[in-house]
Ligand binder design. Structure first.
Ligand code: DX5
Ligand code: ZN
Length: 218
């Protein structure tokens, strides 16, 4: 299945000890930072100032997943705050091509996320503008939800579209990814895996990252 990247989600960490929690997963490829605004999703987490602080607290690059309204307006600030990758939602972006180009021009990887009910097909022509596509495998908003198996065909179809166009973009899955579901995701074509509760719920988060990676690379 090739190389796999494991991105622990700090949504499942202790927000009062973020620096320590970020350090607990050094060795992970990216730290996944879930930004929620109480409007796009019914939950509220953190914003630009916390991303700036996290940037200083860890050497692991930051993968910011923006579950917010009006990403056209706010996403560029996350690049300036030090995110190495910025993901906006297709359902929220008014001008996704323009936004992806702006994120890239500012120096970060540009990524777009699809909620479970959003199909990939209308976005086929947009794929060359992106460095990563995120397929949500739960409804965004909360950690610890069960993995939606019905998303596997969408992961497979997306991988086929990426190959058909000869693109290099990464295919990320987020939601319910664990030792019991990661192999199915890898087999379907995902190569970047977000894991919140499966990493921070483990006794040794760094070891959980290694275990997940070995399962996804089998
Ligand atoms: C959910 C977030 C996820 C969340 C995943 O809206 O986007 O990143 O932290 O948590 P788990 O891995 O526990 O499903
Ligand atoms: Zn996320």
């Amino acid at each position: 299945w090739g190389m796999a990247q494991i991105n622990p989600s700090i949504l499942s960490a202790d927000f009062a000890r973020l620096a320590e929690e970020a350090k607990a997963v050094e060795g992970a490829d990216w730290l996944h930072v879930d930004v929620m605004d109480n409007h796009f999703v019914p939950n509220l987490t953190l914003g630009v100032p916390v991303v700036e602080s996290l940037r200083r607290a860890t050497g692991t690059p930051l993968d910011c997943h923006l579950m917010i309204e009006d990403p056209d307006r706010w996403a560029p600030q996350y690049v300036e705050a030090g995110a190495g990758s910025v993901t906006f939602h297709a359902e929220a972006a008014a001008a996704p091509v323009r936004l992806a180009r702006e994120i890239r021009a500012k120096g970060a990887r540009a990524s777009m996320a699809l909620k479970p009910a959003t199909p990939i097909e209308p976005y086929e022509d947009l794929l060359p503008e992106l460095d990563m596509l995120l397929i949500m495998t739960v409804e965004p908003g909360f950690g610890g939800q069960p993995f939606l198996d019905v998303m596997l065909p969408k992961i497979r179809r997306t991988r086929e579209l990426i190959s058909k166009h000869g693109l290099e973009l990464w295919l990320q899955v987020d939601g319910g990814v664990s030792a019991t579901t990661i192999e199915r995701c890898a087999e379907a074509g995902a190569d970047v895996f977000v894991a919140g509760s499966a990493v921070y719920g483990a006794k040794d988060p760094a070891d959980a990252v290694r275990t997940l990676r070995s399962m996804a690379e089998r």
